[in-house]
Structure formats: C-alpha cells, structure tokens
Design a protein around this ligand. Structure first.
Ligand SMILES: Nc1nc2c(c(=O)[nH]1)N[C@H]1C(S)=C(S)[C@@H](COP(=O)(O)OP(=O)(O)OC[C@H]3O[C@@H](n4cnc5c(=O)[nH]c(N)nc54)[C@H](O)[C@@H]3O)O[C@H]1N2
Ligand SMILES: Nc1nc2c(c(=O)[nH]1)N[C@H]1C(S)=C(S)[C@@H](COP(=O)(O)OP(=O)(O)OC[C@H]3O[C@@H](n4cnc5c(=O)[nH]c(N)nc54)[C@H](O)[C@@H]3O)O[C@H]1N2
Ligand code: SF4
Ligand SMILES: [Mo]
Length: 841
C-alpha cells in the first residue's frame, strides 16, 4: 500500500478519470506526470499563510503559477493543504503590488494623509537609507536605529539577528508578542519549553481545546483536517470557545465560555480531578497511605504525606489555589454549568496520559493570560500526558545552521552602542516579558509608546519588513500617531499597507511563497522538518528579497561610505558552501546565504536524524527534510525546569521573578506583581491560578463584551486584497460573503432592537468601527463577536473601499484596548477586554 502515492493512484485510476471530469482541467490530465514533463512542472516551496508552515508545490507553466498542492515528501502535512494556499495565487498576481521603490513627497504623515509617493531607482532608495544610517553611526546614535520584523523565514538571520548588531543597534524587534508569546509562557513555566507544541492525535483519547480551532486555524491545519475523522472515532473532543468555531461545530462538546474566564475553568477542572482521585498516579504520584486527602475546602497541613514522582508541588498547588476552586465557584465566572465542568474533568482524566489539553492564543493572549495558559497546560501534568503516547509533545530539533558569530566583527564603539537599552522597555517593572529571563521576551506593541514618549530614547531610523503594525496591533490609533512621529521610516512590502502609508521609502518585496529563496522549520504530526522556498516564477517588477538582497545592498552602500562592518561579515561568512566563492552581487548573496544556513540538511550530515538528502539540488527537488518520528518519553524527569520535573509549583518562575525584582530594585516579587497588573501575592504567584477578568468600560455605558476570531481564509494579515477572501467568506461559521459582520445572539439582538443586516457602529474606550449585524446562535448572549482581518483603509483596491481614504469593513484593532499580558509582554486580543456599545447608523 505504501507505494501507492497520489501520483501513482492517479495513474492507476486513469481509466476512470474521464468519468469524473478530471480531463477537463487543462493541466491535470489523467497522467499528471506526463503532462508535467511536457507542459509545466510542479516545484516545491513553503506556504506561510499561517504558522503551520506547510511544505507545498506549485504548478508552473510558461512562468505562470497555476495551482498549489501539498508536498507528498512532507511527513508533517503529508501531501495535504488547507484552503489558504490557493488564495496565495491571487496574492502573487495582485495587480496592486508595489513594483518599484517609492519615495514620499508629502512630508506630513498621518492616517488618510496621502504620502504622494513617486517611483525612484533602487540606487536612490538604498543611497537615501544608507545616508540616514551613516548619520546615526557618525553621531554615535546607532542605537536609534530599529528593525521591525513581522512574518519571517529562517533567512531572518540576516536582517533581524545580525544587521542591527553590526551597525550598533540593540533594536531588532519581532512581532512575537502580538502573536502567541503568552501561549508559550504556560508551557515554559511548567515544563521548561518555550515553543509551539506537537500533538499525538493518532493515539489520543481526549482533546480539550482552549480556543483551539485547528480545523480552520491554529497550527498543523492540513494534518488535523486529515486526521479529524480518526480523532472523532477514537477520542472525545471538547472545545472551550465563546464562539461556535469550525472545530467546536464538529466536536463532541462545545463549552461557550465567557471571554477571559479560562483560568477559572482550568483550576476548577484541576480541582475536580484531584477531589475525585483521578489524577495519573504513575506520573504525579500518590499519598503514602493511598487515601485521597484532596478534600474540598481543606488544605493539607503536611506536604510530605504525598510521594510525588515526575511533577513538582502538587500539594502546594492544592493548598495555594485549588482547594476551594469548586465547579460551583467556577460556574458563575465562566458561564459553564458545574455539571459540564465535572463531566469534562472526569472524562478528560479518565483518558489518562492520552488526554491532550491544547492551549491556543484564544485562552492565552488575554490580560493576565500567562496564568490561564499555565493553568490549562498544567492539566496535562495532572493526567501525565506530557511527552506521552497520545499526549502533548515537544518534538525534535531541526539541525539547520546558525548565523556565524558577529562578535569578531564588533568594535569597541559598536559594543558600547549595543549596551543601550532596547526600545520596547522589556524587563522593566511594567513589562517583565519573562521569556526565560526578565526582559528575555519582546514587547512589540509598546514600541509605539516608547516612540511617542521618547523613552528610553527617540528612534530616528526605522526599517520594517513583512509587517503591518499600524493595522495589526491593539489600539491602532496609538500606532498611527507613533509612526507619524518617526523621522525616517522604510517599509519593505509587497503592498502599500497601512504601515507603508507612514513610510519615507517603500521597497518592493518579492512574494515569499513563489518568488524567492528561504526556508522554515516547524513540526506537525510528530515530525519536525525544514521546508525550502524557492523562486517558482520571475519576481514582479523590480521586487527584491526582503531578508537578503536588500540588506546586502544596504551593507554594500554603507561600505562605500566608509562603514564596511556588515558587508565584510556577510561576504566572509556566507560564501557558497559548494565552491567557497564569495558573493559579488545581491542575487549571489541570496543564494549563498540560504545554502549556508541549510547546509547541515543537504550535505548528508543529518541523514542519520531523518530523511536522506545529499545535495543542494536534491533539497530543492524534494522541498523538505523530515526528522524521524518523535518518540515520546525522553523528556520526563529531564524537563528544562529548575527541578527537572513538570512544575505545578514553578521554581522556574520563582527564580526568574526574584531576579526580575532584584534587577529592578523592587522590594520583592509582590511589588513586581503589582506593577505587572497581577492580583496574586506570595507563593500563589508561582502556581497556575485564577486571575480576575479585566474589562475596560463601564458596564452601564458599554454593556456588551467584544470577542474575536480569525478566518480560515486569513493568511495572517496578507489575504486582504484577494477577491476570493470576500467571495467565499461564508466558509466561516456565522459569517457572510462580501460583508464584515458582527455576530450577535438573537436574544441580545432583540434586547437592543437589532436585526440582520443593520448597519452599526461599535464603540469601546479605545475607538470605534462600522459593521453589519448578523444574528447567530453560535455565541452567547451578551458577547458580540467579529472576525479579524477586514477594515483596511490601505493595502489595495480590493481591501479598502477607497484606497487611502475609506476602509472596507472594520479593523478589530481599532476597538481592542491597547492592553497587555505583561508577564509575557503579549498584547491581549482575547479575553473580552473591551466592553462595547452598539449604535445603529
Ligand atoms: N485583532 C487582531 N490582531 C492581530 C491578530 C488577530 O488575530 N486579531 N493576529 C496577530 C498575529 S497572531 C500575528 S502573527 C500578527 C501579524 O501581524 P504582522 O506581523 O503585522 O503581519 P501581517 O499583518 O500579516 O502583515 C504583513 C505585511 O507585510 C506585507 N507583505 C505581505 N506579503 C509579503 C511578502 O511576501 N513579503 C514581504 N516582505 N511583505 C509582505 C504587507 O504590507 C502586509 O501588510 O497580527 C496580530 N494581530
Ligand atoms: N486560518 C488561519 N490560521 C492561522 C492564522 C491565520 O491567519 N489564519 N495565523 C496563524 C498564527 S500567526 C497564529 S499566532 C495562530 C493563532 O492561533 P489560534 O489558535 O487560531 O488563535 P486565535 O485565532 O487568536 O484564537 C483562537 C480562538 O480563540 C477564541 N477566543 C476568543 N476569546 C476567547 C477567550 O476568552 N477564551 C477562549 N477559550 N477562547 C477565546 C476565538 O473565538 C478563536 O476561535 O494561528 C495560525 N493559524
Ligand atoms: S495556510 Fe497554513 S495550514 Fe494552510 S497550507 Fe499554508 S501553512 Fe499550511
Ligand atoms: Mo501569529
């Protein structure tokens, strides 16, 4: 059976193909391989429409991209894709793409301010930018340079990891904190793992999804769609989400939680598991006398009566938090009945180590979401599903190369400049950003405030690539003001997005999926992998590769002006690994850099860890290198935590917080918590616990709670100028094609005199947006819910109603409060932080 792959299958079924009408599709004949040879070619690349990062192939005919499909060599997505890569064809052929470098001629910056861009040559563009950087270097102000990274490939080793350092700036700022850092926080401070998880869905018996909607979003989407039938046959699925998501609609149970109440639900589930004695005794341990001393409302005086095995602090957790967190208590806060909480907890625990508690950003990217994330993940510890068959896994590492050390190239002057604080105020009392240490994480959203307040200093030269922070960050009004204040901003982009409208120079980028080299690393289906991107078609106009070619040109220009540190570093460290030749052009550098960073994958040295690949050419042909299947079990008692155990009482968090308090000269962890907007004090800080929900706006004036989700058609923020996005928007439960609706329960709608199709204005304390009412039972009364993605006033003629002037739909970030989960540095797009009022217009 194994030898029957799709292509063989198509050949085998050739005789019947005609009856299915396949032959009518011009490029997919019954014998695909033959036609491919004559007319066109399937070429491997990677989709980055979401963070699944699937290996795919594009069919190219006469330098035209025609179709996309999954790469059968990929053991993660195993030849499958989700609907989104099909939309990418309209992305690459978007008629509104930027074709040449542009220069702003209207010095005034602001929303709806026409930049009056005029085309310029690459020479002029690069010369202008390098002059600005030289000015900073000559004035000992190189730290006032900032690189803002949005989406990226492994090639970010050039612009993000090394370029700022090489010119003496500490400011390489990523978008991670507007993405999913709070999700990773929960895993790190329990099992010492700061990354996305993998899941053994084939062997699982229970999936408890916290806002996870993997049939449409989240990660591993093609794999999950593919294995979904098997999961439903063999496991129970419960989805906790204020919205009837695509996955909730197909689950055994949907728990429509009140937004932001996840920590209450998670600790109540833990409470029920302990009180009923159904925790995993082999993983967690047991009381010495085999009696259950976890008795409701009763703390345990002597912790030593419990013999703990692979975890740390279960009795402490009980005493500090769980003993009184009854399902009845949680019911009020969460809106989920006590019976449902009890049943969910017992069924989940009865699946033992084959039960997965799956935390998505929905339950984590909330104010105080670090603790919901910790609490939801801690349930895996209670049932022993961490690193277990049928459980939740860390996965293997991909042995790609790292960018060579820049240190030998740094002068004393650069070293001194690099000692300046980073612009985003990470590691301060207000923004602990505890990625492994105080200030180890980024506080992406706060750069706007840093710019506006010139604290810690004023930024003078900013380059942003593959990002659209003016649109994609909570409180877009703050970002508009901040970007208007930046004296010199360059945006590297495919389209004139909102952020580009504040640029002094716009540089046209090659579209990542089909026009350039790159690579990504990820995991799906128990395989980690490296997947390559390569040019399938000629780039549009004068577009260049954002991460390599443009930074080569800048470095070359700086060298001509007397500052050759970056140029020297790039030339000497990114030679062609096959010939040893130094790059002489941007194009050569692009190729040599991707070859250098992927070399351990194609030079045969990783063959023992996964697939066999013995040349660069072979990697381009296959498109992907997979690790062997991950074997669970090796991490147990060897977690990267302080105790090496799975920590319910997090000694790891305690250590980091004590250091954070000392560094900031605070009186202790309690004071640190006060600054971080956390209510817990004392030892409770170190265990997963309930934190009260934060809402902004007076309930009387703003009676409704706003929640949101993403579309199964969102290619993050990049499918907005794609006509198909609007035409088939009704693939999202409750949504309507060619509209940007707000879904309201009929009970609530009646209360406010609203009906289907009413035009409305939604207002929060942050701002307002316009939308259209859609009555829908898939959300609870009192909650209004809207998809994220539309509401562009720029980006292109499809995305906006009048480009540069009038948005199409409404941007959720206009009404999301500019709020944070401070411990992780994340923005809070979930948890219902904004109370809103609705007016008919
Ligand atoms: N309200 C709300 N806000 C959100 C989210 C949400 O769900 N709701 N999602 C959050 C998440 S998870 C993330 S990861 C961020 C993403 O936010 P960002 O990192 O800001 O990325 P995007 O919004 O995808 O915008 C990328 C921009 O890059 C440009 N671009 C498009 N294609 C290409 C290309 O191929 N190459 C280059 N160089 N440029 C290109 C375009 O200008 C586009 O606007 O948004 C976050 N913001
Ligand atoms: N289709 C699609 N998939 C994507 C992306 C995309 O743009 N489109 N982007 C990728 C990226 S960059 C990321 S970071 C991931 C994000 O991963 P996802 O898991 O997709 O995260 P979100 O869409 O932010 O939120 C998930 C869910 O949270 C629910 N939710 C809202 N408020 C709450 C709450 O208070 N509690 C709970 N329990 N749920 C709540 C929403 O209804 C939504 O269904 O997705 C990736 N996958
Ligand atoms: S959009 Fe995401 S899930 Fe879909 S094919 Fe692309 S990377 Fe994979
Ligand atoms: Mo993200």
């Amino acid at each position: 059976m194994e030898n029957i792959n799709r292509r063989n299958f198509i050949k085998l079924s050739a005789a019947t193909a005609g009856s299915f009408g396949i032959a009518q599709v011009p490029f997919v004949n019954a014998d695909e391989t033959k036609v491919a040879g004559e007319l066109g070619k399937w070429i491997a690349t990677t989709c980055q429409g979401c963070t699944s990062w699937c290996s795919v192939e594009g069919y190219v005919l006469d330098n035209k991209l025609i179709k996309v499909r999954g790469n059968e060599n990929a053991k993660g997505n195993h030849g499958n894709i989700c609907p989104r890569p099909h939309l990418a064809i309209q992305q690459v052929y978007d008629k509104d793409r930027v074709k040449t470098p542009l220069k702003r001629t209207n010095p005034k910056k602001g929303r709806y301010e026409d930049p009056q861009f005029v085309p310029i040559s690459w020479e002029e563009a690069i010369d202008t930018i390098s002059n600005k950087i030289m000015e900073l270097i000559n004035n000992d102000e190189s730290h006032k340079f900032c690189l803002m990274r949005g989406r990226y490939t492994g090639m970010n080793a050039i612009p993000y990891e090394t370029f700022p350092k090489l010119i003496g700036s500490p400011n390489n700022i990523s978008h991670s904190a507007i993405c999913a850092e709070a999700e990773k926080f929960g895993r790190y401070y329990t099992e010492g793992f700061w990354d996305y998880a993998d899941f053994d869905l084939e062997n699982t018996k229970y999936v408890l999804g916290w806002g996870a909607d993997p049939l449409a979003s989240n990660r591993q989407v093609p794999h999950f769609i593919n294995i979904w039938g098997h999961v439903l046959d063999n496991a129970t699925v419960t989805i906790i989400d204020p919205r009837l998501s695509a996955t909730a609609a197909k689950a055994n149970k949907w728990l429509p939680i009140i937004p932001g109440a996840d920590s209450a639900l998670a600790v109540a589930i833990a409470h029920v598991i302990l009180v009923n004695g159904v925790w995993n005794k082999e993983f967690v341990g047991n009381f010495a006398d085999k009696q259950n001393h976890f008795i409701v409302n009763t703390q345990i005086k002597d912790e030593t009566i419990f013999n703990e095995i692979h975890t740390n602090g279960v009795v402490k957790w009980w005493n500090l938090e769980l003993f009184d967190k009854t399902p009845q208590w949680a019911s009020e806060i969460t809106g989920i009945s006590a019976e449902d909480i009890i049943k969910t907890a017992l069924d989940f625990a009865n699946a033992g180590s084959r039960a997965i508690s799956w935390t998505s950003p929905g339950a984590a990217m909330q104010v105080r979401g670090s603790y919901s994330s910790m609490a939801a993940h801690a349930l895996n510890g209670l049932v022993g599903s961490v690193d277990a068959v049928g459980g939740i896994l860390q996965g293997s590492k991909v042995p790609s190369a790292k960018a060579p050390d820049v240190k030998p190239y740094l002068t004393e002057k650069i070293e001194k400049a690099l000692k300046n604080k980073k612009i985003d105020q990470r590691g301060t009392p207000a923004f602990p950003a505890l990625n492994k240490k105080s200030g180890g994480g980024v506080v992406t959203a706060n750069i706007a405030n840093a710019i506006l307040n010139e604290d810690p200093y004023d930024l003078k030269v900013v380059i942003g690539y593959w990002n659209n922070f003016v649109f994609s960050i909570n409180g877009s009004d703050i970002w508009e003001k901040a970007m208007a204040k930046v004296p010199f901003f360059t945006h590297i982009t495919t389209n004139l997005a909102e952020t580009s409208m504040f640029a002094d120079i716009v540089l046209p980028a090659k579209m990542h999926m089909f026009e350039r080299f790159g690579f990504v690393q990820n995991k799906q289906n128990l395989h980690s992998y490296l997947s390559i991107q390569q040019p399938l078609v000629k780039p549009l106009g004068e577009a260049k590769t954002d991460e390599t070619e443009i930074f080569w040109l800048l470095s070359e220009s700086l060298a001509k002006k007397g500052y050759d540190t970056p140029f020297k570093y790039y030339k000497e460290n990114f030679k062609d690994p096959e010939t040893g030749k130094e790059a002489t052009t941007a194009e050569e550098f692009d190729l040599y850099a991707v070859k250098t960073l992927t070399k351990p994958i194609w030079d045969g040295s990783s063959n023992d860890k996964g697939d066999t690949i013995n040349s660069w050419k072979e990697l381009l042909e296959k498109g992907v290198w997979n690790t062997k299947k991950y074997t669970p079990g090796k991490k147990i008692d060897n977690f990267a935590t302080e105790t090496k155990k799975f920590e319910f009482y997090s000694e790891t968090l305690k250590k980091v917080l004590i250091e954070h308090a000392e560094k900031n000269k605070l009186s202790g962890v309690d004071e640190a918590m006060q600054f971080a907007n956390i209510t817990a004090r004392g030892d409770k800080v170190f265990v997963p616990h309930y934190e009260p929900i934060v809402r902004h706006g007076d309930e009387k004036e703003y009676p409704l709670v706003f929640a949101e989700h993403r579309s199964r058609l969102n290619r993050e923020g990049r499918s907005q100028n794609v006509p198909w996005y609007y035409e088939i928007k009704d693939v999202d439960p409750g949504d309507v094609s060619n509209e940007d609706v707000t879904k309201i329960n009929p009970i609530t709608a009646k209360e406010y005199g609203l009906k289907d199709g009413d035009k409305i204005k939604i207002t929060s304390l942050q701002g307002s947006l316009e939308s259209v009412v859609k009555l829908w039972e898939g959300t609870r009364p009192g909650i209004v819910i809207k998809c994220y993605g539309q509401g562009h006033w720029a980006y292109g003629s499809v995305a906006s109603e009048v480009f540069g002037q009038k948005p199409r739909g409404g941007n959720n970030n206009a009404i999301h409060i500019h709020e944070y989960d401070r411990l992780s540095g994340s923005t809070a797009r979930h948890g219902g932080t904004a109370r809103v009022k609705i007016n008919k217009i």
